[in-house]
Design a protein around this ligand. Structure first.
Ligand SMILES: Cc1cc2nc3c(=O)[nH]c(=O)nc-3n(C[C@H](O)[C@H](O)[C@H](O)COP(=O)(O)O)c2cc1C
Length: 170
């Protein structure tokens, strides 16, 4: 594929941003021109040939910037190869089995005709400033459950698809 892949993310405390950068590193390593950007900073997706969009989960929905991005660029996204990821569970469940998207994320995936969705474990620690976030951490339920091997394997699959003949035709 000759064009550029956008990896956009919606992240409040930075952990989903790191997952997005890990996805971008794999795609870049597979020879794909790749840009990793905060979803809130992207004005136009027309320059990109494929998009990966990731959102942190808050109360079953994507973080606001990811939701807005999906809404604002709806038409362009539905015409491009698109993959989605959610990051959230603060336990090892996402590493043990495929976790389906939340109903709200499933609607986004359907509307945009996404090629795939995956849920990765999340991270929450004392850097998180929100009241509920602090309560979760103080009650001992925080931690880093991100599985970077799983992230790499998923991104490898995307790279293979995009590098295959006709990989960007949606
Ligand atoms: C208030 C609050 C609500 C959350 N709700 C969910 C949820 O519904 N589902 C889930 O899997 N994780 C949930 N989480 C965990 C976050 O998704 C997780 O910490 C994520 O990695 C944060 O990503 P970020 O650092 O990119 O913002 C919640 C965390 C907080 C603080």
């Amino acid at each position: 594929m000759a064009g550029t892949v956008l990896v956009a993310y919606g992240s409040t405390y930075g952990s989903t941003a790191e997952l997005a950068r890990a996805v971008g590193a794999v795609l870049g390593g597979a020879g794909l021109a790749t840009e990793v950007r905060a979803a809130g900073e992207v004005r136009d997706v027309s320059a990109y040939d494929a998009v990966v969009l990731g959102g942190a989960l808050y109360a079953g929905r994507w973080q606001r910037d990811a939701r807005r991005f999906a809404r604002r660029h709806r038409r362009a996204l539905s015409r491009r190869p698109l993959w989605l990821f959610s990051s959230g569970p603060l336990d090892s469940s996402a590493s043990q089995r495929d976790l389906p998207p939340s109903p709200s994320v499933r609607r986004v995936a359907r509307r945009l005709d996404a090629r795939g969705h995956v849920t990765f474990g999340g991270r929450l620690d004392e850097r998180a400033r929100g009241r509920i976030a602090r309560m979760i951490v103080q009650s001992g339920k925080g931690g880093d459950f991100r599985d970077f091997e799983a992230v790499s394997a998923w991104a490898d699959g995307i790279a293979s698809e995009l590098n295959s003949p006709g990989g960007t035709s949606s």
